[in-house]
Structures are given as structure tokens and as C-alpha cells.
Design a protein around this ligand. Structure first.
Ligand SMILES: [Zn+2]
Length: 454
């Protein structure tokens, strides 16, 4: 049993003071007592909040962060030129390197305040496309990296079958993603075995990559495979994708999906950048989680999510670090709000009248993240996983309003992440991950090797 004593804690019904939180050896919160005296052995923290789950990541892309910031030869640089760099890069990554990069990304996620991650895992094959002897070789590596870092993992094996909506074949770097339904069935079975052999909080779901990469008939089949599990899919990220689905499927991506599938709260749809107001409103009402990755979307120049229209019918959203160009809970939420302000030329767009933006953004990300990962977290309450973040008090505590600590964390950077627990595993202490030195040293070796081979 561990104890945390928080001077201030964000509980399901609001802020409370002098809160003792006990976490059982099974990683669940056992007891929450406000207005308490501290246990003698308790870890004392100024502010305690539930930790957000990162609902979308491709960890291997962390190793190319910063390497695609040089402009290409074209008049206009775009997602598609970035993707060429990414494909060249992943063509040389070995399983050991994939594990080392993932561990580093997971450490950075924990240090930024994420306690869990949904890894949208689409790198399955050897360079050139041959399967590994163990079809789950690279899923094993992701699970190993999660175990080394202590992060909570929801493993999402990705189905990737074709090079575009028109069914063109895969080529080059894409061959490492390739599966047909039969081989994907084997991969899913193996990945479930890997998840079942990991820590008790490890989750599982499946991820048809996108309408670009998955034929409509295969998507219909996959949606029926494990109807109780989360289903994640990229959608409407790029304008070229809209044009392709209009040409082939005779509908815009979100419009087509809503018309052809029972989209509900098991669906986590990543990006949803290009929607008409009608699509945004209907998707918001469907219960699906919009998996927003505002930092990556800004980095790639994707476009801006229509949050006001989507949220009006009680739409659910969460955030993900996606390309891992910069891993930050606060950074994702800040970029989400700022993108809305820049488009609408207005302030505090996402909050309700008189509500703090920080609180609105944070509660939204908690709820959507937990739903997308199918993870029993998101609140400091008995029976939930002990996914917790301790924050420094910040300067604005002098002004009294407790929500200011969230606003200060997200918007000014004046509040830091001090400690993080993932399902009770105490992984970040005083701002640093407990295995930071070893995992960072291994990662630097990988970068040296990649630098000489790229
Ligand atoms: Zn993605």
C-alpha cells in the first residue's frame, strides 16, 4: 500500500484539500480521504490530479523528430513530403532500435504527465515486407518498452492493406505495414496474447489504419471482429484523402463512415480535421471520441479541428502525441485551444461561460482518453487505476481559484509535473523518470547508429 498526501486534489466532484490517497498493491486507488491528516509514510505533494491517457502515438516516429524541418525541393512542402522522410527512416529501423525508441518516447510521455498510451502500432514486417518468424515480434518490442518505462499500454495492432482509396498496391516503406485479413487475424491473436501476458492494466483494441489504407469490405469485417473492444482509425486528416474518398466511395470520409457503420463510443477517430459542420455535429452526437493530435497536426500543416461544432452535442475528445515531434500534455491542450482562437479570432473558445479553459480542456482529455483506451482511469476515486500526476503549486495559487493551477500548467508553463504514477507504479519522481539515465543512454546509441546509416 502506498499513500499520497495532497494539499489540493482534483476529485470527481471538484477540488478538495488535505486529501490522503491510498493505492493498493494491485495498482488501484483503494481509498480517498479529504480533510485528512497525512499518513506518516505518505508522499506529500502540493497538487494531485488524475493523469491523462495519450490516445494516439506512433512511437518509432520519435526518432525522426526534428529531422523533417528542412524544406524540400517543392514549391510547397506538405504532409506528403514529410511522409517520404518517415518512410525512408523506418526502412532501416531494427527491432532493438524500435524498442529503444519506444522506451524513450514512453519515458517522455510519463515525464510530461501521461500515465498511459494507446500505441497505434503499424510497423509489423521486416524491411521489404517479409514477416518476422514471430508475427508479433515488433508488438513484443512495444510491450517490452512499456514494461521498461512503466507506462500503461493499450496495444492497437493496425491493419494496413493498400496504398490509397483506389486500392493501389503498397510500395517502399509501406511494405513494413502490410497485412491481408488472414495474416492480420494471426497478428491480432498474437498481440492479444502479448497484451494478456503484460501488466494487468494493459489494454487492447484494433486499428484499421484509415479509409486510404483499408478497403471498405475489410473495414466492415474488422468492425465485427471484437465488438466490445476499442476501434481506432485515422480519418479526414488530409484534403487529398477527402478528394480520394469522394471519387471512389462517393462521400466525404466522415460522411461515408457515419452512413456505413454504427459509429458509437467504441470508435476513436483520429484527427477529424476536415469535416463539414454537418459531419462535425453528427460525429459529435455519435459518442465517438475525436482523437486530436494538435501539435502534430500543426507541425504537419494539416488544418484545424472544428471543436465548437463538434462539442455542441456533447462530443467527446481526447489528445494524442501522434508523431511525437514534441511530447507534452500541456502542449497538446494549449495548441488545441490556440488553434481555435486563431481561427475564430476569439479567446477561451472551448470553455463554457465562466469556466476555466484549463479545467475544460483537462477534464475533456481525461474522459476521452480513458474511453479511447478502455482504461478504468480518469478520476481519483476508489476502484480506478492509480493514474496520477502531482504538480508544483505554481505562482497563481496566491489568487485562490484552484483551477488556476491547470491554466498555469497549460498556458504559462509556470507549473511543472513533479511525480507520476501509472496504475500505482511510481515512475516519475521530482520531474525525472526513475530509469531516465539508462533509457536515454540507450536511445543516444541508437541515434548515433541511425545517423551513420541514413
Ligand atoms: Zn497517426
Amino acid at each position: 500500500m502506498q499513500s499520497i498526501f495532497a494539499e489540493n486534489a482534483l476529485l470527481p466532484d471538484g477540488w478538495a484539500t488535505n486529501v490522503n490517497v491510498r493505492i493498493g498493491d494491485d495498482g488501484h486507488v483503494a481509498e480517498v480521504t479529504p480533510n485528512a491528516a497525512a499518513d506518516t509514510a505518505a508522499t506529500r505533494v502540493p497538487v494531485l490530479v488524475p493523469a491523462v491517457s495519450n490516445l494516439h502515438s506512433h512511437t518509432f516516429q520519435r526518432a525522426m523528430a526534428g529531422l523533417a524541418e528542412r524544406r524540400g525541393p517543392n514549391e510547397r512542402d506538405s504532409f506528403w513530403t514529410w511522409r517520404e522522410v518517415m518512410y525512408r527512416f523506418l526502412d532501416i529501423l531494427t527491432p532493438d532500435e524500435i524498442e529503444a525508441v519506444a522506451a524513450l518516447a514512453f519515458v517522455e510521455m510519463l515525464e510530461s504527465g501521461f500515465a498511459a498510451v494507446a500505441e497505434f502500432h503499424y510497423l509489423h514486417n521486416q524491411p521489404g515486407g517479409a514477416q518476422y518468424d514471430d508475427i508479433g515480434e515488433l508488438a513484443v518490442r512495444i510491450a517490452a518498452a512499456a514494461s521498461q518505462s512503466g507506462i500503461g499500454l493499450t496495444l492497437l495492432p493496425v491493419y494496413y492493406r493498400q496504398g490509397g482509396v483506389d486500392g493501389r498496391p503498397l510500395k517502399g516503406g509501406q511494405l513494413r505495414f502490410a497485412n491481408e485479413l488472414d495474416s492480420f487475424g494471426n497478428l491480432v491473436a498474437r498481440s492479444m496474447e502479448i497484451a494478456a501476458g503484460a501488466t494487468a492494466d494493459t489494454g487492447f483494441g484494433i486499428a484499421p489504419h484509415s479509409l486510404r489504407a483499408v478497403p471498405a469490405a475489410d473495414l466492415a469485417e474488422l468492425a465485427g471482429w471484437q465488438p466490445q473492444l476499442p476501434l481506432h482509425m485515422h480519418i479526414a486528416e488530409q484534403e487529398a484523402e477527402i478528394e480520394e474518398t469522394l471519387a471512389v466511395l462517393k462521400g466525404r470520409p466522415v460522411e461515408w463512415l457515419l452512413g456505413n457503420h454504427d459509429v458509437d463510443d467504441r470508435w476513436c477517430l483520429i484527427h477529424c480535421t476536415h469535416m463539414t459542420p454537418d459531419e462535425a455535429s453528427r460525429l459529435g452526437a455519435s459518442g465517438a471520441v475525436a482523437g486530436l493530435c494538435p501539435v502534430t497536426e500543426a507541425n504537419l500543416g494539416d488544418g484545424i479541428f472544428d471543436a465548437p461544432t463538434f462539442l455542441k452535442p456533447a462530443g467527446n475528445f481526447g489528445v494524442g502525441s501522434d508523431s511525437n515531434i514534441s511530447i507534452s500534455v500541456a502542449g497538446e491542450l494549449r495548441q488545441l485551444e490556440y488553434s481555435q482562437r486563431l481561427r475564430d479570432r476569439a479567446r477561451v473558445v472551448l470553455a463554457e461561460p465562466k469556466q476555466s479553459a484549463g479545467r475544460r480542456l483537462y477534464l475533456g482529455a481525461l474522459s476521452g482518453g480513458m474511453r479511447a483506451l478502455n482504461r478504468n482511469s480518469g478520476e481519483i476515486a476508489a476502484g480506478r487505476w492509480g493514474d496520477l500526476v502531482a504538480l508544483s503549486a505554481g505562482e497563481l495559487s496566491a489568487f485562490g481559484a484552484k483551477d488556476l493551477v491547470l491554466d498555469e500548467w497549460i498556458f504559462t508553463g509556470g507549473v511543472q509535473v513533479r511525480d507520476v504514477w501509472a496504475a500505482g507504479r511510481y515512475m516519475v519522481r521530482d520531474g525525472s523518470h526513475v530509469s531516465s539515465d539508462a533509457i536515454r543512454a540507450r536511445y543516444r546509441k541508437v541515434l548515433e547508429s541511425l545517423g551513420s546509416r541514413l
